[in-house]
Design a protein around this ligand. Sequence first.
Ligand code: FAD
Length: 394
Amino acid sequence: MIKTEYDIVVVGGGPAGTTAARHAAEQGVSVAVFHRNNEIGAPVRCAEGISRFIIEKYLGKENIRDSWISSESDKCRLISPSGKIVDVHLKESGYILNRRIFDMDLADWAARKGAQIFTGAFVYHVEKHETHALVFIEQYGKKYQVKAKLVIAADGVESRIARFFGVKTQLRPCDIDSCAQVLATNIAMQKDRIDFWVSQKIAPGGYIWLFPKGDGIANIGIGISGQHNGEKNARQYLDEFLAVNFSEASILTNILGGVPVAEPLESFVADGLMIIGDAARVANPVTGEGIGPALSTGTRAGKVGGRAILEKDTSAKFLKAFEKEWRRDSGKYNGFFYRLKEVILNISDEELDRLAEKFADRDPVSITLTEVFRKVVWNKPKLLVDVARAFAGF
Ligand SMILES: Cc1cc2nc3c(=O)[nH]c(=O)nc-3n(C[C@H](O)[C@H](O)[C@H](O)COP(=O)(O)OP(=O)(O)OC[C@H]3O[C@@H](n4cnc5c(N)ncnc54)[C@H](O)[C@@H]3O)c2cc1C
């Protein structure tokens, strides 16, 4: 049953929202999560890749379940426009998750800590008052009004909730990638390797990925910069790629979606509001990875949000602590990745081929991502320094 009052209302039951809800509920405050979709974790709008380090850091090694993981990769292949291959051995391996189960388990975990989760529950309006917010929800044709001391906006890439608090979250077309992805079977691939095709012709301003999910089954998808989403859309680019490279594939699922590849919002807080995950624009602007940033912002927001209720201070000033910590730690390279994205956006296919040529005949074990990106920004001294720092360990 939806109650008339909660300490904290979280809008969105993705990894950011349910992680924040769990950390807040653990402190004994009342928390409700309203999730628009009828099911947590579905549809899966994600290639499901996450670094092992990040998931262990935020969820704890001891809590990771086998059922979350479809496969593990410690190899990465980059394929240039003319088909030149650069194989990289990753120092830190990554998981391809099963997000349907992963997201569901995160929600279940939050519920076991005391948060109430409501699915099929769309938040259509929020009214900000001096000491609280009124949250308006529609669930299966019935309308509800809920009072909350604090609202956590975890409403993903479309993010409307923060706007009710006067925070601008609109994205420029160049700061959003349009994505299409299929789960395909009958795929010839290596189970422990993730593949990327880079070419302005086949994926303008973005790339195509293949993330293995098991024997002969993979997420194959494309992200193209929103500014190139004109003549052809992401789905058409992907269809052309599949026809050429995986003509024998059978397609089990199709999805479309957007990824914010922007700089983080100027501020993640207002009085009575915290913004986390894709809604705060914290995904990596180069790779579009947003699960890790959803967990890192969700963890910090839940902890600080819970404390704010206990200490009766939901001012922006108090809530800011979560954002400051995130920018100091997890988010410290987001600005750099944004500048790197701008460089990558403008690399021609000829240049990409020339770059790939530099790695010809090299042993993959000797190639690191640091070296690859160093070569990408060789003529940008300011970025060179950050490449070494941001890719340390990869
Ligand atoms: C094709 C594609 C591939 C991707 N691949 C990867 C990858 O490999 N690795 C990676 O790290 N990231 C990837 N991402 C990004 C990743 O999926 C997101 O960054 C991540 O899910 C963000 O989590 P979140 O909790 O912030 O938002 P979401 O997971 O989007 O959850 C937000 C939820 O809020 C709900 N909602 C929105 N508005 C309301 C409302 N008003 N009321 C109630 N509910 C609402 C939405 O239905 C949504 O389900 C990919 C994205 C796409 C589109």
